[in-house]
Design a protein around this ligand. Structure first.
Ligand code: NDP
Length: 247
């Protein structure tokens, strides 16, 4: 009998998170994902995974809440028969604005979800992976965490911090056979980018070497690679999936 593999994904109801759930389901993982509020889309992601012949659970909650992360990880461990093979920290938000107009809450909310949420999840999951002597962790950063972006000091800070956290944890967990990497998407077509004005999208496309916006499935492909046997010798790295936006 084939060994059961379990992947835990945050923010799996829509966008890149859903594409990652579906791609890892194709790769044979049972899928445990969480989401914040969108029950309808969460149910749809769950059904789409199950149609691929794997098991799936959807857990509602906020990754900025450490109690939710603990509960989500415990449920995922139970679902996985005592282990977790893969963790993908995907849940993320934006609260864009120029610095003079940015409220304390815009900074706190973005750091709490994008940075601290990933930290809470890695703290819980790493304990399980250490016991099982292996695992793969992939964090969703962003190219703006590398290059910066006007109007996104909060978001860019959170995504740069995710890179620092990825590299540090890669060093900390390397002796336990756990790989920790990051994927930094550029401009990807999802609800997050849908809300941007057309002129912002046009000028973004201008700055992309491949002259097009990326697809969520293209990000999921890089995540799948970082969870596969083919990337066993890769840790502490950041793979940009940005069509050459930042070279
Ligand atoms: P979307 O806004 O399309 O989807 C975000 C998903 O995360 C949703 O399922 C949402 O749940 C969930 N989520 C948001 N906040 C929380 C929370 N506090 N707790 C649990 N789940 C939460 O985002 P994208 O798919 O575009 O982005 C995915 C990741 O990729 C993010 O980390 C983002 O920063 C990063 N990224 C995206 C880029 C892009 O161009 N789209 C570019 C670079 C990086 P619900 O559906 O319930 O609201």
């Amino acid at each position: 009998m084939k060994e059961k593999k379990v992947a835990v994904i945050t923010g799996g109801a829509r966008g890149i998170g859903r594409a990652i759930c579906l791609r890892l389901a194709d790769d044979g993982y049972d899928i445990a994902f969480d989401y914040r509020s969108d029950d309808e889309n969460a149910e749809l992601t769950k059904k789409m995974c199950e149609q691929k012949g794997v098991k799936a659970i959807a857990v509602k909650g906020d990754v900025a809440d450490p109690a939710h992360c603990k509960e989500f990880v415990n449920l995922s461990k139970e679902f996985g028969g005592g282990k977790i093979d893969v963790l993908i920290n995907n849940a993320g938000i934006t609260r864009d604005g120029l610095i003079g107009l940015m409220k304390d809450d815009d900074m706190d909310a973005v750091l709490n979800v994008n940075l601290k949420g990933a930290f809470y999840m890695m703290r819980e999951v790493s304990r399980i992976m250490i016991k099982n002597r292996g695992g793969k962790i992939v964090n969703l950063s962003s190219v703006v965490g590398i290059s910066g972006n006007a109007g996104q000091v909060n978001y860019a800070a959170s995504k740069a911090a995710v890179i620092g956290m990825t590299k540090s944890l890669a060093k900390e967990l390397s002796s336990r056979n756990i790989n920790v990497n990051a994927v930094a998407p550029g401009f990807i077509e999802t609800d997050m980018t849908e809300k941007l004005p057309p002129q912002v999208k046009e000028s973004a496309v201008d700055s992309i070497a491949l002259k097009r916006i990326g697809k969520a499935e293209e990000v999921a492909g890089a995540v799948s690679f970082l969870c596969s046997k083919d990337s066993e010798y890769i840790t502490g790295q950041v793979i940009c999936v940005d069509g050459g936006m930042v070279i």
